[in-house]
Ligand binder design. Structure first.
Ligand code: IPE
Ligand code: IPE
Ligand code: MG
Length: 255
């Protein structure tokens, strides 16, 4: 992999000064259905094209030196959709894990899956586990797939894990710190997202990374996900680079 550039050109233009690139970018890939509908196509075609957009974004992220990308691909609430659409989305995940795995592994990509696995078919579960274990020692881009993921569900599961440890005497209540909670989440060990991009013009989180996005910068794109390309990604990064992240403190410009 090429060395990670410390700065991006557009940054100085957008902000009047140079800012670091985001290390972790998370995506709410929304608007596949509307993309298809506006073309008179089936929603499933929108999902298929959405997977192609994801591949392009992963390649571009590796090229510009982003370290972690997270994609919201199926929420814990998406089971409410018609059975046919749910099963198509399961097939798409299976296809992605089967067809793209060797290429991703060769590109030194490390795969992480977040979300509840218990509800998934054993076949899909083992594909996810294989992808994680095959790529676990890779040192390039980390690709996080949020599948059957809901942030509240993740926080509840973390609370259960911690309470079991307290009940077993392995942890005291005082030891439940912010770090301990972060470590009990599915995203344990990953940095919080610096930038979260949602496509399709919707301005909400839909139960995605609620804990982790406490200080994340948000970018809402009007494009439907299948139309989100390298140019749109670069635009979002330039937008991020123009932000003043204060984390509750004061701007470097003010101090
Ligand atoms: C995002 O596109 C993909 C998933 C949620 C799986 P949608 O399927 O939500 O597309 P819209 O929002 O109906 O257009
Ligand atoms: C969020 O999109 C989930 C994914 C992108 C996987 P939705 O389309 O499910 O969100 P809502 O229902 O519009 O909030
Ligand atoms: Mg949607």
């Amino acid at each position: 992999m090429t060395a990670r550039p410390e700065r991006i050109q557009d940054v100085s233009q957008a902000a009047g000064e140079e800012r670091p690139l985001p290390k972790h970018v998370a995506f709410i890939m929304d608007g596949n259905g509307r993309w298809a509908k506006s073309r008179g196509l089936a929603r499933t075609e929108g999902h298929r094209r959405g997977l192609e957009a994801l591949r392009g974004v992963v390649r571009h992220a590796g090229k510009i030196g982003v370290e972690v990308v997270t994609f919201f691909s199926f929420s814990s609430e998406n089971w409410r959709r018609p059975q046919q659409e749910v099963s198509f989305l399961m097939t798409l995940l299976r296809r992605f894990m089967q067809r793209d795995l060797s290429e991703l592994h060769e590109a030194n990509v490390r795969i992480r899956i977040i979300g509840e696995r218990e509800d998934l078919e054993p076949g899909i579960r083992s594909l996810l586990e294989e992808a994680e274990s095959l790529t676990k020692d890779n040192t390039g881009l980390t690709l996080v797939v949020a599948f059957n993921y809901g942030s509240r569900d993740e926080i509840v599961r973390a609370a259960r894990k911690l309470s079991l440890k307290v009940a077993a005497g392995e942890l005291t209540a005082d030891q439940i710190t912010e770090d301990a909670v972060s470590e009990a989440l599915d995203t344990s060990g990953l940095p919080d997202p610096d930038l979260l991009i949602r496509t399709s013009g919707e301005i909400r989180l839909s139960n995605f990374l609620l804990w982790q996005s406490a200080y994340t910068e948000f970018h809402f794109s009007p494009l439907n996900w299948p139309d989100f390309d390298e140019t749109a990604f670069d635009r979002a990064i330039a937008d991020y680079c123009g932000r003043d992240r204060r984390f509750g403190g004061l701007s470097a410009k003010v101090v």
